[in-house]
Design a protein around this ligand. Structure first.
Ligand code: FUM
Length: 593
């Protein structure tokens, strides 16, 4: 090591890494339970990516009097997951949704209102009444800034419950000893100091890894840091081949145009002016689930019916809607369209393309947020994971829109309940041997002084283009194998990385290089997992294996990564049995739209 690093040590009952919706919901619950709780976050909490969630949070509260029921929500979520979602976890989420939204309202989330003064709800893709009979109005919305409203409220509540925040601290690695998580090592970006957080429970709430792709709706901070820490700790990630492509990212910029836009009556057309979704999903049309709409746009473009001079996108129309409704219910996307596409939504359509949006896979957990490895009973002591970083698995092969905000708050709360049950506030800590984090510091130091000749940004672009070209909407063995060859070249260039700034204070050069290292680890498991799964299911569409194959592939993928970037696989069974007898299991069937 070129330089020694003085260590600042902290002791907490719980350390939460990440301050998005799930991290904050867990933080306020754990703090309220009397556990000394720290939240370590690389960005200011209200800049976390939850802020970008737009259209709503699902709950069958039936304010729109359409006969909604949490059992319909349960059914739709399983169907949307293409039967890869665990039915026990899905029951837990959907039946607790109602209470979770009421709780948010009581905490102060400024939801939009109906004429009666109750929470306003809009339709969203794949959410139906009575098993597909009609569209449900289930998405509880705060205009089209629902995540923003929830995140701010949860942050205020965490402060009120005395969670201690370490803002702009970047967690580098877990500290593991004999299979037990003992804390995290983090770098304070503001003053360059290195910190050890001892904790009896570490909660990874670090979000998704959308930035492995060139075009994604995720913020630049979505680098899956917790996932990468888990891989480096020798633990597996689950279902990493399942990546959700949102049908309506702005062409060229990738920014999200909420599905809420189609929920309010927006529709898609091709260059012939045809409302093509009628052909692909005669019943649900523009509100079919996201994998279906994304593939439909991709087919229209591939077959030459894309819009624009180069026939590359679809048109999303809102100009027929009342401008007052656009102003009241879709102000955010109207502004985004103006800034990023130069479009006035009251007059012209928005050019949209399928864009990477969400990672269904992640760190395997049980419904209490505890990290598991294989059976579900084999909990990793001292480690929890939540939100997009986790795979509980309620989204299976494809998430329904608005179920992600729900996942954050339901399982954030569940983790807090579990922590209160199994932990004793103020329990003393054992010393942590420096050997447990020596490797991390060594790698940090090596990267800091790396003097190759390729900048991080160049390598990152190559990585993102490789993933975009070889692992997007349609996948095929020969293309993915080429992708692996390309990825190996990108990996090789990592050995030749150049860091110009060797300081420790606000060194974004070094920060982005560590994030790139994290992203690369996730590229390997994603691409290899997609290659090994020889079927099409949910967001994973294989041209060479177009059908779902329940005989061979009705299981979760577990993927581990070794230090030479070799991926090894194992499986976990999918739970096809609900948690209680209050609801029938949803039997396997073909999805019809
Ligand atoms: O389209 C949207 O508003 C996104 C919502 C979601 O991903 O849940």
């Amino acid at each position: 090591m070129t330089q020694s690093y003085p260590i600042h040590t902290h002791e907490y009952d719980v350390v939460i890494v990440g301050a998005g919706g799930s991290g904050l919901r867990a933080a306020l619950g754990m703090s309220a339970a009397g556990l000394k709780t720290a939240c370590v976050t690389k960005v200011f909490p209200t800049r976390s990516h939850t802020v970008a969630a737009q259209g709503g949070i699902s709950a069958a509260i039936n304010n729109m009097k359409d006969g909604d029921d949490w059992r319909y929500h349960f059914y739709d979520t399983i169907k949307g997951s293409d039967w890869l979602g665990d039915q026990d976890a899905i029951e837990y989420m959907c039946r607790n949704a109602i209470q979770a939204v009421v709780e948010l309202e009581h905490m102060g989330v400024p939801f939009s209102r109906t004429e009666d003064g109750t929470i306003y709800q809009r339709p969203f893709g794949g959410h139906t009444i009575n098993h597909g009979e009609s569209m449900a109005k289930r998405a509880c919305a705060a205009a089209d800034r629902t995540g923003h409203a929830i995140l701010h409220t949860l942050y205020q509540q965490s402060l009120a419950h005395h969670t201690q925040f370490f803002v702009e601290y970047f967690a580098l690695d877990l500290i593991m000893e004999d299979g037990v998580c003992r804390g995290v090592i983090a770098w304070c970006l503001d003053d360059g100091s290195i910190h050890i957080f001892r904790a009896h429970m570490v909660v990874l709430a670090t979000g998704g890894y959308g930035r492995t792709f060139f075009s994604c709706t995720g913020a630049h901070i979505c680098t899956g840091d917790g996932n990468a820490m888990v891989l480096r700790a020798g633990l597996p990630l689950q279902d990493m081949e399942f990546i959700q492509i949102h049908p309506t990212g702005i062409y060229g910029a990738g920014c999200l145009i909420s599905e809420g836009a189609r929920g309010e009556g927006g529709y898609l057309t091709n260059s012939l002016g045809e409302r093509f979704m009628e052909k692909y999903a005669p019943k649900a049309k523009d509100l079919a689930s996201r994998d279906v709409v994304s593939r439909a746009i991709a087919v229209e473009v591939l077959e030459g019916r894309g819009c624009g001079p180069n026939k590359e996108y679809a048109d999303l129309h809102l100009e027929h809607l009342d401008p007052a409704i656009l102003h009241e219910r879709l102000p955010g996307i109207s502004e985004t369209a103006r800034i990023f596409a130069g479009v006035d939504v009251t007059k012209e359509p928005i050019p949209v393309v399928p864009t990477v949006h969400y990672n269904m896979g992640g760190i395997p957990t049980n419904i209490h947020g505890e990290v598991v490895t294989k059976t579900g009973a084999d909990v990793v002591p001292g480690l929890m994971a939540l939100g997009e970083a986790a795979c509980v698995s309620v989204h299976g092969a494809n998430r329904l829109g608005t179920n992600s905000l729900l996942d954050l708050v339901v399982f954030g709360r569940a983790a807090a309940i579990r922590a209160a049950e199994i932990m004793t506030p103020g329990k003393p800590h054992k010393d942590i041997s420096p050997d447990l984090y020596a490797r991390t510091l060594n790698e940090f130091d090596q990267l800091r002084y790396a003097h190759g000749d390729i900048f991080t940004g160049e390598i990152r672009t190559s990585m993102q283009k490789t993933m975009q070209a070889h692992c997007m909407v349609f996948r095929r063995e020969d293309i993915m194998k080429k992708g692996l060859v390309e990825l190996a070249k990108v990996q090789k260039s990592m050995a030749n990385i150049r860091i110009n700034d060797h300081s420790l204070v606000w060194n974004t050069d070094l920060l982005e290089a560590w994030e790139l290292k994290n992203l690369m680890a996730q590229c390997w498991v994603t691409l290899e997992s997609a290659l090994q799964r020889q079927e099409s299911r949910g967001g994973h569409a294989r041209d060479d294996f177009p059908d779902r194959d329940d005989k061979k592939w009705l299981h979760h993928t577990l993927a581990r990564l070794d230090t030479k970037n070799k991926v090894t696989f194992d499986t976990r069974p999918v739970s096809l049995t609900p948690m209680t007898k209050d609801v029938e299991p949803v039997p396997l069937m073909k999805r019809v739209y």
